[in-house]
Design a protein around this ligand. Sequence first.
Ligand code: SF4
Ligand code: MG
Length: 322
Amino acid sequence: ALARHFPITEGVLLKRRTGAVRAVDGVDLTVRPAETLGIVGESGCGKSTLASLLMALDRPTSGSVVIDGQDPFALSSRELRTVRRSVQMVLQDPYTALNPRMTAGQIVGEPFAIHPEAVPRADRGRRVDELLETVGLDPTHRDRYPHQFSGGQRQRLGIARALALGPRLLLCDEPVSALDVSVQAQVLNLLQELRRDLRLACVFISHDLAVVQHLCDRIAVMYLGRIVETGTREQIYTTPRHPYTRALLAAAPVPDPGRRAADDEHLLEGDLPSPASPPSGCRFRTRCPYAREQCLVEPELRTRDGAEHPTACHFPITRRST
Ligand code: SF4
Ligand code: MG
C-alpha cells in the first residue's frame, strides 16, 4: 500500500561536464528506478561535492546537473521545491543528524512543515506511523527522543525522515560508516528492501567497497573529482581495469575466501594529493605503479580494447582478477 506514495521515476540523469574546477568534473551518471548506483573513493575525492550537486544545493561552476530530465537551476523556485522533494538524503552520522529535543514522530514529520503541500495535515500522524513501520520501528515509540534509540534505530529514523516526502532518488552519504559492524548489515538490508519495494533510485556514497558490493547494481569509482571507472557490480569486482580500482579492491577486506590478492597487485601507496591542485594529466599518476610518459596526458573515461565498461586509463589492466 505504501508504494503508491512513491511514484515511479522516469530515471534520474545526473550530469556535469568538464571544467577545470573544484572537486567534481566530467561526471555523467544515470540512476534508474529501483537501481542503486555506488560512488566509491577515498575521502576528499569529491563524493560529497557530487552529492550536494545532486541535491541541487550547490550550483555547478560549469556544466549542468540534470535531475529527472530537468536542470534544477533553470527552474522557478516553485519547480525547484518539487525537485528538492524528489531527492532526499540520508546522512552519515545518526548521532548528530537528529535534533535531540524532538521526538521521533516530530523528526519524521518535520519535512511536512517545509513542504506542507505534500501530505494534508489531518493525514500526517498516520503517515508518520506508516513511515516508522516502513523502516522497522515501532510506531508506539513515536514520542521517544533520539537518545532512547540505538544507533541503528536512529539511522532508521533518518531514513524514515528522508522517505517522508516520497522521494524518487535517495542519496545515502556513508550511511552506515558511523554504525557498529553488527548493525551495518541490518541498515543495508533495509535500504535494499526500500529501493525494491518503493522502486527508489539510490545513490550510495561510500569509501568501502565491501559495503557497496552488497547493495549496488552499478558502481562509479572516483579519484580526485574524476570518475576513473564505471560499470556493473560484476564488471567492477571481477574485471576491474583501472589501477586505482584494483588497488581499492586489493585493500578492501572483502569477505570472500576464494578471492586473494594477486602477487602483482599493489596496495595504495602515498597520500591523496590535494583535490584543489590535482596532478596534471592522469590524476592517479603520482600513485600509480604503471605510470608512463603517456600518463602526462589526461585519459578520457571511455571503453577501450573491446572492454564492456569504460575506464579512464591509457593502460587498463586486462587480466582477470584472481
Ligand atoms: Fe596509471 Fe597511466 Fe592509467 Fe593513470 S593513465 S591509471 S597513471 S597507467
Ligand atoms: Mg565526504
